[in-house]
Design a protein around this ligand. Structure first.
Ligand code: ADP
Ligand code: MG
Length: 415
């Protein structure tokens, strides 16, 4: 029978058909149609491809049968490891033996070599980059191709043209590259799918946490009110001090819950046009007592002739206040807090500058990450909340900071 590219390509198709079935089964599994199925699928299907390739081979003569069984063999062994390779070897040799002919010995030698080499590489194969994986798979394919060709030509006097050998080996090389790529794409898709599922679970948890936080906030507020009432009746100085501490801690708990709720739901429904200058002035006035206590002087320069922005009053104030508070906390020995708001073309720019301890490069890259804090009693939620509010307003936060000199936080919004 003539060895044509057509025959080879048909055989190559048998390598890819089972591969596509794996993908379908995995998708079914992740969409909950199939409850159980795991890693073995990935190794079973290359095994099926090996058998299919051998059942429908390209017959050259009575002794020689060509097929691409080595492609799924290489894939399965590299991704599945030593034991998978050994099972494949037994299956391949067993089946090839029943077919008879001298080709069996060529298979015996070249596939044993393949099993040994692939088993050695497989332990580190999964950590390789895509390029490295392709290179390894192609090299092993080439090795099997060359060894089986040499064995067949020297020991068994095969009547196959050299050009046909070349055609066969080049097709195999292209096949193994393509199959590795396809396999990688599948694996990445599965991983992506899994992370999407995880993300959905997290979302449910965060909604749940938000509603619990909401429920907890009310009793906290009520308890605080009663404690304050009792406080006004207290005579002893020490019990008064304890009461003060209790109220302070309740405030702290409420603050954390507020921060968390804002993050879980940065923008509820009531977005309105808010007057930027008014909101900044209000936020400054709220924070001023704290600044005075810490020896911090606040200067403001708000140059905004009736500028309005889409937001929610309370959220916008909270965003500013979190930044003001950080600035004040960064100046334990006092300093100056400068708030400047200007229009630059179509942009509103609010700059909050302090003369505090400043931040290192490493700290700057972590700004806005949940739970990043350098303070003993910090929560690491403040900037995360400010970030999510600014993001919801389609704005931008830019930091400029020098350790020991101070920090400036710029908020930029499109008007
Ligand atoms: P918290 O204030 O509870 O620590 P934040 O999210 O508000 O959490 O701030 C995170 C961290 O960012 C702070 O612990 C601090 O290290 C750093 N940081 C924020 N603002 C400033 C600032 N103006 N100067 C120096 N460090 C700052
Ligand atoms: Mg803070």
């Amino acid at each position: 029978m003539l060895l044509t590219a057509k025959n080879l390509l048909l055989n190559l198709l048998l390598v890819f058909a089972p591969l596509s079935i794996i993908q379908i089964l995995y998708l079914l599994k992740h969409t909950n149609f199939l409850k159980k199925s795991s890693g073995w699928l990935l190794t079973l299907f290359p095994g099926i491809a090996i058998i299919l390739c051998m059942v429908y081979p390209v017959v050259v003569d009575d002794n020689f049968i060509l097929d691409f069984r080595r492609i799924p063999f290489i894939l399965g062994a590299l991704y599945g490891g030593k034991w998978v390779a050994i099972v494949y070897l037994i299956v391949t040799l067993g089946y090839r033996f029943t077919l008879g002919g001298t080709g069996f010995y060529s298979t015996l030698l070249s596939f044993t070599l393949l099993t040994i080499v692939a088993s050695m590489v497989s332990s580190r194969f999964l950590e390789y980059s895509l390029k490295q994986k392709l290179l390894v798979a192609a090299s092993i394919d080439l090795m099997v191709g060359v060894s089986s060709t040499v064995i067949s030509l020297t020991f068994f006097e095969t009547q196959i043209h050299t050009s046909s050998w070349i055609l066969f080996n080049v097709t195999s090389l292209l096949g193994v590259l393509l199959a590795t790529l396809v396999y990688e794409v599948f694996l990445n898709q599965f991983k992506l799918l899994q992370s999407v599922m995880e993300g959905q679970k997290l979302e449910v948890v965060s909604h749940l946490a938000a509603s619990i936080s909401h429920e907890v906030r009310n009793p906290l507020t009520v308890s605080r009110g009663f404690l304050q009432l009792i406080d006004s009746d207290l005579k002893s100085k020490q019990t008064k001090e304890y009461m003060g501490l209790a109220i302070q801690e309740l405030d702290r708990a409420t603050e954390i819950i507020n921060d968390y709720l804002t993050f879980a739901k940065p923008f509820p429904e009531d977005v309105e046009e808010i007057d930027v200058a008014g909101e900044i002035a209000y936020s400054v006035s709220v924070i001023t007592p704290l600044a005075t206590l810490k020896d911090v002087t606040i200067t403001t320069k708000i140059d905004l002739p009736s500028t309005f922005i889409q937001s929610e009053k309370r959220k916008f104030q909270q965003c500013l206040m979190n930044i003001f508070k950080n600035a004040i906390e960064a100046m334990p020995d006092g300093g100056t807090l400068e708030v400047v708001a200007v229009l630059e073309g179509q942009k509103l720019k609010i700059s909050i500058k302090d003369t505090g301890i400043g931040m290192t490069e490493d700290q700057l890259t972590r700004m806005g990450q949940p739970f990043f804090t350098t303070k003993e009693k910090g929560t690491g939620l403040g900037m995360m909340v400010s970030h999510s509010i600014v993001q919801a307003m389609n704005g931008e936060i830019i930091y400029a900071s020098t350790p020991g000199v101070g920090t400036t936080v710029h908020l930029l919004f499109e008007i």
